[in-house]
Design a protein around this ligand. Sequence first.
Ligand code: KE4
Length: 444
Amino acid sequence: MEHSSINSLTSPSRNTALFERAKKLIPGGVNSPVRAFKAVGGTPRFIQRAQGAYFWDADGKRYIDYIGSWGPMILGHGHPAVVEAVQAAVLEGFSYGAPTEREVELAEEIVKLVPSLEMVRLVSSGTEATMSVIRLARGATRRSKIIKFEGCYHGHSDALLVKAGSGLATFGSPTSAGVPPEVVQHTLVLEYNHIVQLEEAFSLHGKDIACLMIEPIAGNMNFVRASVPFIKRCRELCTEYGALLVFDEVMTGFRVALGGAQSVYAKSIPGFKPDMTALGKVIGGGMPMAAFGGSRAVMEHLAPIGSVYQAGTLSGNPVATACGLATLREIQKPGFYDALGARTRSLVEGLTQAATKAGVPFCSDSEGGMFGFFLLSQLPQNYPQVMKTDSPAFNRFYHAMLDSGVYYAPALYEAGFVSAAHTADDIETTIAAARDFFSSLASK
Ligand code: KE4
């Protein structure tokens, strides 16, 4: 559905000109598809600079930023301690291709904060982290099959670009051209939060399952929590059949809590730990940095000591590690998550009240600095329920907020993020813009 916001109707926008220029040289004009605004329509905003909770587009329009680079910018943009650390690091050198003390310091911080990890390997993207986890799980268990869930996104490695097959007996089929069917023949795609189907899958294939990979709070379905009983059953079945339980916390790690989503579930499931974890986004503070880790027994299958190969030119990059370390040090300050969680809750509660008052079906949820909302009456539990959302209605809401200077993720299946830099005034401004939109619906 084409949608041009008021701005692009009233004056030629530099965003539009830049988009046309970009499309000549970069497929779709973007370096990652969701940025192209295809899901919501209209012209993507080309961002020129950012500071705190805000960024400014090529026309100089300011937005309150609720995307935070898809999660990394938990401190807000340009935090002085992070800027200082990066400036100091670049003066020492950009990249060496050799080990550095700062990689050890970052590994120490990650292992300290995520008790399920005994060892970590640093990489440059979440895709690399999850792709490497799959290979390591297969190498360590000598099994080929993997389980993922519909609606969960784990990056774009071939084995994970899969949609559900027809029932449990058949394995997945590719969601992308260029992925040969035989590459995804070992990937079983199940329905999120469906315990019976999970149990059936393990009874059919359990002895061949290398790992089960899940987004514990699915930020690629906007915001859908795995139920505690479901996570508990994933843990029990993986243990029973000798499969590795993998938490993809690229988005939730250090975002929903200092110990990630696994620390949230451990409050309801005593002693809960996944076998492996993928991390990203926040641990790089906005620079290319991700990681994966697990027990020493599993991680020591990795080259150069083990037989599972994995490598990366810029893995543990000295500037990215400086950015990540400075970020991890700030989020450990007392009260950081209490304040962030309260601010995020005030946003979603305010949005829900505004919609409900106007009689608009709306529900929301949040954990720490991550939130989601749906133009639905009830929180969805799985992908088919998420996709019942009235997409054109979401797009109208999206553009009304964008025109009001509020920037959410440009797709109804993406989560939102609040940073430590968002003020109570920013939240109130956002809610007021939503209230105006919802009441405009009521007056029609
Ligand atoms: P990257 O390769 O994009 O760094 O990470 C892949 C990835 C892995 N696991 C989870 C849970 C993720 O959310 C992601 C990437 N998230 C998307 C947003 N839904 C990144 C934005 C984009 O694709 O441009």
